[in-house]
Design a protein around this ligand. Structure first.
Ligand SMILES: Nc1ncnc2c1ncn2[C@@H]1O[C@H](COP(=O)(O)OP(=O)(O)OP(=O)(O)O)[C@@H](O)[C@H]1O
Ligand SMILES: [Mg+2]
Length: 293
């Protein structure tokens, strides 16, 4: 049996803006069905440009973009919109109707679906992003975090199989950031939606991303799991990134204080396990429980 083509794939992509700025150089990227893939890079590295190329908003001067094995250029706009949903960096670029309900209904209505199905999709999408109570609100009265959730609802209402998000957690408060990442994780693991997410936020990624692309000056510097990426000090420095805070603390304890910590924990859960391993069991007040982090 021949393997299914990657959901989304680009090869040898170069993109230069009309003013001569070369934003992408020879970029290869793929996201397989059901994967959670992150583009991790500092400001101005080409994340937004790459996302716009992936969804067909920008056409690269060189290289190919394929969706489900087909050249993106050979697919009609409705075929693309139904397969891929994009949530842009700034929600204002995406919201245009007067009310939340009208905005979320816009895409499904444009597909020509019966009104009962449109209403059902609006309810489901708003519920998925915990924004059902915003249904009747005017778009211009929403807070930034609410706008982010509603713009995601508008995309989810199209029931895409690939969801592409540009900095979905930027500008959200800490609980909003964690809630957004948990929602994306749920859509990915239970809803089987392929996720491609651009971010420069390193603390939550190790919990969620299957694979991470690190970009620098429009080139792919490294691709790998969170362990592959964050254990590579050189890549982290070259890309002007940092370790997750919890890893930075344990790295210092290990290398400065000589605490014999195993590996490099990337999440609070892993760090807890590694530290508990070093404490004699009879000093623990409660038995050490093995929990998935
Ligand atoms: N319309 C444009 N015209 C010319 N240059 C542009 C344009 N848009 C972006 N660029 C340049 O392309 C490069 C990549 O920009 P891009 O917006 O893709 O970066 P980014 O990684 O998304 O950054 P950020 O984290 O700040 O959102 C930058 O050097 C930027 O200045
Ligand atoms: Mg950007």
């Amino acid at each position: 049996m021949t393997p299914a083509p990657p959901s989304l794939q680009i090869s040898g992509v170069c993109f230069t803006f009309p003013d001569g700025t070369r934003a992408l150089h020879d970029v290869d990227f793929h996201a397989d069905e059901g994967e959670f893939v992150a583009l991790l890079a500092s400001n101005g590295s080409g994340k937004t440009t790459l996302i716009k190329v992936l969804v067909g908003l920008l056409t690269p001067q060189e290289g190919s973009v394929r969706l489900g094995g087909m050249a993106l250029a050979d697919l009609s706009a409705p075929e693309r919109y139904q397969a891929m949903g994009v949530v842009l960096q700034n929600p204002v670029d995406q919201l245009f109707a007067a009310t939340v309900e009208e905005d979320v209904a816009f895409g499904p209505r444009n597909l020509g679906l019966p009104e009962s199905e449109v209403q059902q999709r609006v309810s489901d999408a708003l519920e998925a992003v915990s924004a059902s109570e915003l249904r009747g609100r005017a778009i211009h009265h929403l807070s930034f975090g609410q706008q982010k959730r509603v713009s995601l609802a508008g995309v989810l209402a199209m029931r895409p199989s690939i969801l592409i998000l540009d900095e979905p957690t930027a500008g959200l408060d800490p609980s909003g950031e964690a809630a957004m990442m948990r929602l994306l994780h749920r859509l990915n693991r239970s809803g089987h939606i392929t996720i491609v997410l651009a971010t420069h936020s390193v603390d939550l990624l190790p919990l969620f991303a299957d694979r991470i692309y690190v970009l620098r000056h429009g080139r792919v510097l490294k691709v790998g799991t969170a362990q592959d990426i964050f254990c590579d000090q050189e890549v982290i420095e070259q890309a002007s990134l940092r370790l997750p805070y919890v890893s930075a603390l344990l790295y210092e304890m290990k290398h400065v204080d000589g605490v014999p910590i195993h590996g490099l924990p990337l999440t609070v859960g892993e760090a807890r396990h590694r530290l508990l391993e070093l404490i004699p069991e009879d000093l623990l007040l409660k038995p050490f429980e093995e929990k998935a982090s």
